[in-house]
Write a protein that binds this ligand. Structure first.
Ligand code: FMN
Length: 260
């Protein structure tokens, strides 16, 4: 049967299958709860097993259909069993080395969520940050003897993996880079030598926005040699500057199709 749970994900509900064995220790190496050094009580979370919809979505559909969500249902929290699925997805990425030079904080505490939202501005307040029941903050060790040489890359792939998994669970998400790191560090008690590259917000979506126009492949991909464009670029009057060109494209019919 087909379930439509949120506007976000449509697909057949899948049987719950464990894709890999996760030891509590592994998750505890990487994830904290609400504040630095606060242990995630994984055993309790696992026992709070609640049925949830796990949509049978092809990887390509998740990649194409994921959107940054900026309107959330503020009255609906995310069950712990679903959050656990997100955390597991974060652990499945390819990491430079399998050592906890990255730490990820799962923030559910209402007071912390409010404070973080207050300090996440792009000139104006980003109100969507204040609407979510869950923020995942990623940090990495940037001290001199840190073993993580590609931590920025690792952090990005962890977040992307979590965002895609969220999409398959009917959860909306948005990557957040604009926030006051000094304040967030203080709220979450993150040590000075741990950098906070970005965070992501999660909740049940209230809308499903149209796709943002994508940058033309011909602009960013070369074939075999530098400047040998993979795709012939059409002559266009659109400005070359990326942000402006996206803005102009919004006035035309976008070429991006979505599977939904
Ligand atoms: C590193 C990074 C930081 C971002 N920071 C923000 C942010 O602070 N606020 C926000 O609303 N969106 C933020 N975004 C989301 C982008 O604006 C969004 O992904 C982009 O517009 C494309 O839209 P889509 O995700 O719906 O495909 C960020 C994305 C990335 C990758």
């Amino acid at each position: 049967s087909i379930f439509i749970d949120a506007i976000l994900a449509v697909g057949k509900v899948k049987e719950n299958v464990e894709i890999a064995e996760y030891k509590a220790k592994d998750i505890n190496d990487f994830y904290f709860y609400n504040q630095w050094d606060e242990k995630l009580k994984i055993k309790d979370w696992q026992s709070e097993s609640i049925e949830f919809h796990n949509y049978d979505i092809e990887v390509v559909d998740a990649i194409v259909d994921r959107r940054s969500i900026r309107h959330f249902n503020e009255n609906k929290s995310i069950p712990r069993s679903v959050i656990l699925e997100l955390l597991k997805a974060g652990m499945m990425v390819s990491l430079t080395i399998n050592q906890p030079y990255l730490k990820i904080i799962i923030v559910e505490d209402k007071n912390f969520l409010n404070q973080i939202a207050k300090h996440s501005k792009i000139v104006l307040k980003q109100s969507h940050v204040g609407e979510v029941p869950l923020i995942i903050v990623i940090t990495y060790d940037c001290s001199n003897n840190s073993p993580g040489f590609y931590s920025e890359t690792d952090s990005g792939s962890i977040i992307q993996s979590i965002l895609l998994r969220a999409h398959t669970l009917g959860i909306g998400s948005c990557w957040i880079g604009a926030f006051n790191r000094k304040v967030v560090r203080k709220i979450l008690k993150i040590p000075e030598d741990w950098h906070i590259p970005s965070m992501a917000i999660f909740g049940y979506p209230n809308n499903f926005p149209k796709p943002t126009p994508r940058v033309d492949l011909g602009k960013v991909c070369y074939h075999n040699s530098w400047k040998n464009h993979i795709k012939k670029r059409k002559r266009t009057l659109l400005p070359d500057y990326f942000a402006l060109s996206i803005w102009f494209k919004k006035f035309r019919n976008t070429q991006v199709t979505t599977l939904l």
